[in-house]
Each structure stands twice: as structure tokens, then as C-alpha cells.
Design a protein around this ligand. Sequence first.
Ligand code: ATP
Length: 309
Amino acid sequence: MVLIETDSLEKRYDDKVTALADLSVAIEPGIVGLVGVNGAGKSTLIKLALGLLAPTGGSIRVLGHDPIADGEAVRARVGYMPEHDCLPPDVIAAEFVTHMARVSGLPAATARERASETLRHVGLYEERYRRIGGYSTGMKQRVKLAQALVHDPELLLLDEPTNGLDPEGRRAMLDLVHRIGSEFGISVVVCSHLLGEIERICTSLVAIDAGRLLRSATLSSMTQHSDLLMVEIDEDPADLAEFLGRHGLEVRKDKRSLMVRIGGEPDETYDLIRDAVAELDLSLHRLEQHRHQVADLFRDLPTAEATHA
Ligand SMILES: Nc1ncnc2c1ncn2[C@@H]1O[C@H](COP(=O)(O)OP(=O)(O)OP(=O)(O)O)[C@@H](O)[C@H]1O
């Protein structure tokens, strides 16, 4: 089952700002990072998925449903953690999460039970009878996560869950999101403008820029071996680069390493490098096939804001 499927999706605000344009993507189950700079259109996509906004063009389906025509079915199966602070400060956390469970249709006793359980999952069990207004930012983020989880959804939509947290808090929140996705079997779409931060917990990434799809792929396909060999020697690599170049290999210097493109049979390239190192009397420190880094593949991510038509 595809989590979210869009076909030429478009969202324009007031006929002036194009937040999403011609976006076609199929988001598969797992922990999915939705990445893009501020203003790329991430929150707009989430709001369209929830049926809070209607598309101005194309279509979107969530767990097979149209979020506008079939909003109730989507809300029953999807949990949403909004980006900004939206919690009532005078309400006790356990009461708030119980209330949200009741809004989702759970009977009173089940709602209370689920609220306690969910607050335990997010690490707030001991503090659950305190007023939300007295909570730290990290604790408030956890209450937002708990209310999204309380009705046992199949899909969680988290909009910048690390917002406002310090580095330790960010790490803890992402560990929690990872645990929910991997241990509870709930699919998660987590928005972030910080690729480096969320890539470690995601099974796939969808990158958007200025409302358009930039890339969508699983992490494993992104970190496959490249056709480059990384060569590190203890000495300056200039002579080695020159030698390999003379023998027909494509060589690029990368800081203190050389990146050598595998030409023809990989074994021949390995042998040529070993022979060159021996002939030039160098000390080989490392010779291995280079893996793509996710950040390398997103290096071209432009920083443009959404298109203003
Ligand atoms: N209600 C609105 N009315 C007009 N323009 C809007 C509205 N909401 C968003 N936009 C514009 O649409 C574009 C996409 O915004 P969106 O909030 O979806 O991006 P984002 O990637 O979630 O960024 P951020 O993390 O900063 O919210 C931006 O140019 C934004 O200014």
C-alpha cells in the first residue's frame, strides 16, 4: 500500500504563490524524510494530505483515500504533529491527550488508557498530570507527538518535530521517532529542512524544492557503491595522480585522497593502482570502493524560495 501518492499536484495560494507545482510522487511505507529548504512546500504537502487544504490542480491520495472526499477515513488512520506550538497551556497533559483520543472516536475509558500508554511511550508518564504550560519545549514536542499517536494511526505526519530543541533534545526526539517507526510498525513521514539530521533515521527520502520534486529514493539505493575507488597514501598524492593519469585512468584529487574511476574491469584498476604505488615507493593507507554519501547526492539542492508567479 502506497502511503501518499500525488499526481501532477499543484497548490497555489491566493492565485499568487505557487507552493507546489506538478508534483508526482509515490511515498512507500517506512520512515520517510521529506526534506527541503524553508518555503519548499513541505507543510503545504502535509496539509493537503490531511485534507486541511484542497489542491488547485492534480490529485493526492493518502492510504488509498482522497483526503477531501474521504476525510474521515484519512483522519482515522493518520496522526498529525503540527510544526508550531498549538497546545493549551492551562490543560493537564493527560487530559489533553485523552481529549484528543475522544475526538478520534475512542470511548472514555479506552481514551484514558491509550493516553497514559502513549504518554509513557514518549517518556512523559511521570509528568503526565502537570499543566502543559509548565513543560519545557522538549516536553511540549512530546505531547504533540503523543496526541498524534493516541488513536493508533497507521501513518504519522510529523512537521519539523525537532523545532526549537537543543542538539540533545533533537537527537532524543529523532531516536523516539525512529523507535515508533521501527518498533511499532507505524509509517512516518517526517519533514525537515536539515537533511544531515534526519537521514540517519529514515528508510527513504523525498526532496522537494520550490514546490517541485527533486529526488525520491530509498536510503540504501542512495548509498550504493559508486564507480570510484578511493586511494589514500601517506605521502602527497600528486605523483601518483600524474602516474595513473598517464596510464589512462580518470583521477580526481579530493583533499588528501584520490578518487579514481574504475575503467573497464575493476580488478585491472586495482592492480594498476597497486603497481603504481609499488613503483613510486609509496605507502598505501587505504584502497576501497567509494560509497555515495547522501549529502553528495543532495549537494545540488538549490536554496531558492518557492516560485512567486
Ligand atoms: N497560507 C498561505 N498563504 C500564502 N502563502 C503561503 C501560505 N502558506 C504557505 N505559503 C507559501 O507557500 C510556500 C511553501 O510554504 P510551506 O510552508 O509549505 O513550506 P515549508 O517547506 O513547509 O517551509 P517551512 O518549514 O518554512 O514552513 C512558501 O513560499 C510560503 O510562503
